[in-house]
Design a protein around this ligand. Structure first.
Ligand code: ZN
Length: 389
């Protein structure tokens, strides 16, 4: 059985807004621009030489981009790493067939060119080029115009508290719509989960965003309505192809993402609260991304649906760990076709999207609730196995 117990350290990303003076903003902008031009040069050289490993690329490009673009040593290293990471993601996507079949025009077009970065692409900063003064709410940050001291930042009370207590590792400098942000990584260690008295299984879906083995269905009706509205609008605007249409689309998409995040928070809270109240653990399906790290970063080329699933899983895992609720992740293969009553697996057990009707024992249940029960019992088995060992 594929099983993962989410450990008691959670990584998440806290966003704070920078409030630079016009001069500071100009320096930040020049810095991101230089980093992007450097990244484009590195990407082109990597492409030309078929050299995508960090170590090799550094040999060829490190000195040159430092000199040509005025980058500090760490900034140059981050640029090279950023390019390597981008190629690794691209190659993985190509291999997985996400960008079309080999030989398809779309794929050929992607393969024919080096990766390129937009002029204000995000740039990672480590502790040597970015330091935080939490009491003064300022940062000191390296730029191509020298070190900027006393750049003010702001955020919610909770974000600021998390940052001051748990920030670790790199932060990304991000420019969006003329506003400046730092996305800082926070690592929160929590109390170890208590021994669960049973498990709540959670099935993630589209019509029902989350269904628990207790039979609670979180429909997120508002969310699907927003998505449909957005899709209709997108079709209309894409036909126009004007700049203002594009801007409007971008704004709408961001609003949709915020709305989805809020819905996910509410659902996650409800599920975790119920598990905590009843002393149970939570079992989630293994969605790639929950596995690796609970980090809310949007990977490239992932649909909002997939992204939203990962986010919900991540929110549940995060809130559960904070509450001391055990979380197990299980392989969810066939959970929708398997009878949670007798174990019989058959495609025909699902006469339609919403219905589960066992062809062997006659057990009937809402399809998502049945799947959630299977997930719960897989978690239970997994927990027993891993704790016996
Ligand atoms: Zn059955």
């Amino acid at each position: 059985m594929d099983l993962l117990i989410v450990c008691s350290i959670v990584k998440l990303v806290v966003q704070v807004k920078l409030l630079p003076t016009p001069e500071q903003a100009a320096a930040l902008e020049a810095t991101l621009d230089a980093a992007s031009r450097a990244a484009n040069l590195v990407a082109a050289l990597a492409f030309q030489r078929h050299c995508f490993r960090n170590f090799d690329l550094r040999k060829h490009t490190y000195d040159r981009i430092k000199a040509e673009f005025g980058l500090a040593a760490q900034a140059a290293q981050h640029v090279i790493k950023k390019v390597c990471d981008a190629y690794r993601t691209l190659h993985a996507n190509l291999a997985a067939g996400h960008l079309g079949k080999p030989g398809s025009p779309r794929r050929a077009a992607i393969e024919a060119r080096p990766i390129s970065f937009r002029s204000l692409a995000a740039q990672p900063y480590d502790d040597r080029c970015l330091s935080w003064q939490h009491d003064a709410r300022t940062v000191s940050i390296w730029t191509t115009a020298g070190r900027l001291k006393g750049v003010t930042f702001t955020g919610s009370a909770r974000q600021l508290a998390l940052l001051a207590a748990h920030r670790r590792g790199e932060s990304d400098l991000v420019c969006r719509d003329g506003m400046w942000f730092l996305h800082a990584t926070v690592e929160v260690a929590d109390r170890p989960p208590s021994e669960p008295d049973g498990f709540v299984g959670v099935d993630l879906g589209i019509a029902n965003i989350a269904t628990t083995s207790d039979g609670v269905r979180h429909r997120g009706r508002g969310l699907n309505a927003v998505r449909h509205r957005h899709r209709r609008l997108r079709r209309r605007l894409q036909a126009k192809r004007t700049k203002s249409a594009k801007r409007l689309l971008k704004r709408r998409r961001r609003r949709e993402v915020r709305f989805a995040a809020n819905v996910n928070h509410v659902i996650a809270k409800s599920i975790v609260t119920e598990a905590e109240r009843t002393g149970r653990g939570i079992v989630l399906e293994d969605l790639q991304g929950i596995r690796e790290r609970v980090r809310l970063r949007k990977p490239q080329r992932v649909t909002l649906h997939a992204w939203s699933f990962h986010q919900l899983g991540a929110f549940i895992a995060y809130k559960a760990v904070r509450a001391g609720v055990a979380v197990i992740v299980v392989d969810a293969a066939y959970t929708s076709q398997q009878c949670s009553h007798c174990g019989h697996v058959d495609k025909r057990n699902r006469p339609d999207q919403a219905t589960f009707l066992c062809t062997s024992c006659g057990f009937a249940e809402h399809a998502d609730v049945n799947a959630a029960r299977n997930i719960a019992s897989r978690g239970e088995t997994g927990w027993a196995v891993s704790h016996a060992a």
